[in-house]
Design a protein around this ligand. Structure first.
Ligand code: SF4
Ligand code: SF4
Ligand code: SF4
Length: 310
């Protein structure tokens, strides 16, 4: 009998759902093994009965629940709690779900500061009334899923590569641990490294790395960090290229921004990156700021109103 799967998106952009669909023909393999019982991106299934006459938010029972997105408002929290209750296992999928993701950048401000700024800023499209009727209230911050409910499997990535989505799902259904890359982006990067200590200061973020010939592979390009551009590869989990191939951003000759989150689940990308810069002999006073090193991982108290934790 196929395993029942429920998938829901909370504070999310739908990119993770695209990654599921991006499994392509392998989706047919998955469809032989599972039955989707709730998937708002693809099927019409309502929380309060199909006629909207239910009194409580209800989800169908499932062997596994996949949650994408972080938890920012009361509705996200209610859905997450209901999925925890109805699903045998929970997979937090995507860096929003595992570490807060881009939405958790809001944690550098209080919710009141954000609302005050939004509803008091003078624009040509004034919106000075704070809406309230029928809207779920905002929580005090943006949370990763495991800060609010127990999570069984974490699959970071913004979005996770479809190879990793497939492997995680199939491994779960086969009752074995998923075989995924678990080192850093640097460990999967073929750029040329000449050694530490040659660059003393970081260059501006928007400058492009240098390379000899556009037709050469990135194995002929010097490491972007060694060129003095902030590349988060040393402190970011590998996997954006699936289980083989080169890191995506580096292949496009731009620095890694850290979207897969820390190498170890509880790592602090900002602290780890500052350490990496110092150990490379780079003066961290040349950094204009460091909060953006947590641009994908601001939940778990990493970013806090007023600047965040070091
Ligand atoms: S992890 Fe990235 S792709 Fe997935 S919901 Fe968040 S922002 Fe979108
Ligand atoms: S710092 Fe960036 S460019 Fe250098 S090896 Fe690591 S991922 Fe590649
Ligand atoms: S290189 Fe870094 S930022 Fe780019 S996709 Fe990979 S993990 Fe994400």
């Amino acid at each position: 009998m196929p395993a029942k799967i429920a998938i829901d998106w909370l504070n999310a952009c739908a990119g993770c759902e695209i990654s599921i669909i991006d499994m392509g023909p392998r989706l047919l393999t998955v469809l032989d093994l599972v039955e989707f019982v709730h998937l708002p991106a693809l099927m019409d299934h309502k929380y309060f009965n199909q006629m909207g006459d239910g009194k409580h938010l209800e989800m169908p029972e499932a062997a596994v629940g996949i949650i994408t997105g972080s938890i920012r408002n009361e509705e996200h929290l209610e859905v997450a709690l209901e999925m925890r209750k109805k699903c045998g296992a929970i997979i937090a999928m995507g860096t929003c779900a595992t570490h807060g993701g881009i939405p958790a950048l809001c944690n550098t401000f209080t919710t009141e500061q954000i609302l005050e700024h939004y509803y008091s800023t003078e624009t040509t499209d004034p919106h000075d009334e704070r809406p309230s009727d029928g809207l779920p209230g905002l929580l005090d911050a943006c949370y990763a899923v495991d800060e609010k409910i127990d999570v069984d499997i974490l699959l970071p990535g913004c979005p996770p590569h479809s190879d990793q989505v497939f492997e995680t799902l199939v491994a779960f259904l086969e009752g074995r641990p998923a075989v995924l890359r678990d080192k850093s982006v640097c460990d999967t990067c073929p750029t040329t490294r000449e050694g530490k200590g040659k660059v003393k200061k970081l260059r501006r973020y928007l400058q492009a790395p240098e390379y000899e010939n556009v037709n050469d592979g990135i194995d002929k390009m010097r490491c972007i960090l060694e060129q003095g551009l902030l590349c988060m590869g040393p402190v970011t989990k590998a996997g954006c290229c699936g289980n083989e191939g080169d890191p995506r951003c580096i292949s496009a000759r731009v620095p890694c921004r850290g979207c897969y989150g820390p190498v170890e689940k509880d790592g602090n990308q900002r602290l780890d990156m500052l350490n990496a810069l110092v150990s490379n002999g780079i003066d961290i006073a040349s950094l204009p700021e460091s909060s953006s090193m947590l641009r994908f991982t601001g939940a778990h108290g990493m970013l806090r109103p007023g600047g965040g934790r070091l």
